[in-house]
Design a protein around this ligand. Structure first.
Ligand SMILES: *[C@@H]1O[C@H](CO)[C@@H](O)[C@H](O)[C@H]1NC(C)=O
Length: 291
């Protein structure tokens, strides 16, 4: 009786040796279960795999979103597509209407000048063979139509209108291209106003018959698995490519969620083979940009 003194009277353990045995067996069972869980031999019934494809499993990501696109069928239907997680890139189909595309082109046409690139040593603009398009800037908020587009860009990117530079309109003719580059700056001068460029929204204002893809040569994943692989130019096959389509907007981030620069955001404009390409770019800064 003295032995049982540790237990209360109502305890079902009459004999402490049986009780200890049962308890230690339970403990052992839990340990074994924990070990199996840790080794991944058994798994808890959490919603997994099919709902959240691996971040760099392009194949799965693309398949999921293209199916959705096909379902929606009808013309001018809007939907978004995740095309890559490294870099983080998304396509918003039919983001701009045909009228908006034509409006931007007409507005820009009289002011097109040969494009330049930024010299990362001096921070100055310079002529370049890596970028052979022509272009012009449209001041931020310059009219109602542009303010409306800029508001929608803010909605799409979750970045305030005030962080955006003015829209840049670009025109590429046959043979013209933009070699792969980063949108972020490597000099001090260009980050004084607004800080680093964090994201880019590239809107296609025209269809291109052949070539002119936006290519991400450093994208992670099997980029030959994209459904439009066979339609790509040789240049387009050098990475994950997006084919220009009037009204579509491509959003990609030049910075990772941890705020460091993302080298996988390297991108270029492939040479136009047939037709010509009009596009509009919105660069978005880390801070307010005085425009
Ligand atoms: C990439 O995807 C293509 C098309 O689905 C497939 O034929 C090829 O085997 C894949 N390559 C790798 C390395 O997985």
């Amino acid at each position: 009786m003295a032995k049982g003194g540790r237990h209360s009277r109502s305890s079902p353990c009459r004999r402490s040796s049986t009780c200890t045995l049962v308890l230690s067996m339970l403990l052992m069972l839990s340990l074994v279960l924990l070990m199996l869980l840790a080794l991944g031999i058994v798994s808890l019934p959490i919603n997994n795999a099919s709902d959240s494809p691996n971040a760099v499993d392009l194949n799965t990501v693309l398949k999921a979103s293209t199916d959705r696109g096909e379902e929606s069928g009808g013309e001018r239907k809007q939907w978004t597509e995740i095309i890559s997680w490294e870099p983080r890139a998304f396509v918003y189909h039919n983001f701009l209407s045909k009228d908006e595309c034509e409006y931007l082109i007409e507005l820009a046409k009289p002011n097109m000048v040969k494009s330049t690139v930024v010299d990362s040593a001096t921070g100055q603009s310079k002529d370049s063979r890596v970028r052979t398009s022509s272009g012009t800037f449209l001041r931020r908020g310059r009219d109602k139509i542009i303010r409306n587009i800029e508001k929608r860009i803010a909605d799409f990117t979750f970045m305030p209108v005030e962080h955006g530079e003015g829209l840049q309109i670009l025109h590429y003719e046959v043979g013209q291209k933009y070699e792969p580059h980063y949108d972020y700056f490597l000099d001090e001068f260009n980050t004084k106003n607004g800080g680093q460029r964090i994201a880019t929204v590239l809107m296609y204002l025209s269809d291109v018959e052949e070539g002119g893809e936006t290519v991400f040569p450093s994208a992670k994943g099997n980029f030959s698995a994209v459904p439009w692989w066979n339609e790509l130019s040789e240049c387009g096959k050098k990475g994950l490519s997006v084919k220009p389509k009037m009204g579509d907007a491509l959003l990609f981030w030049s910075m990772k969620p941890d705020a460091t620069l993302d080298p996988s955001s390297l991108h270029g404009g492939c040479p136009i083979i047939k037709g010509n390409k009009w596009s509009s770019t919105k660069w978005i800064r880390v801070n307010h940009y005085n425009a």
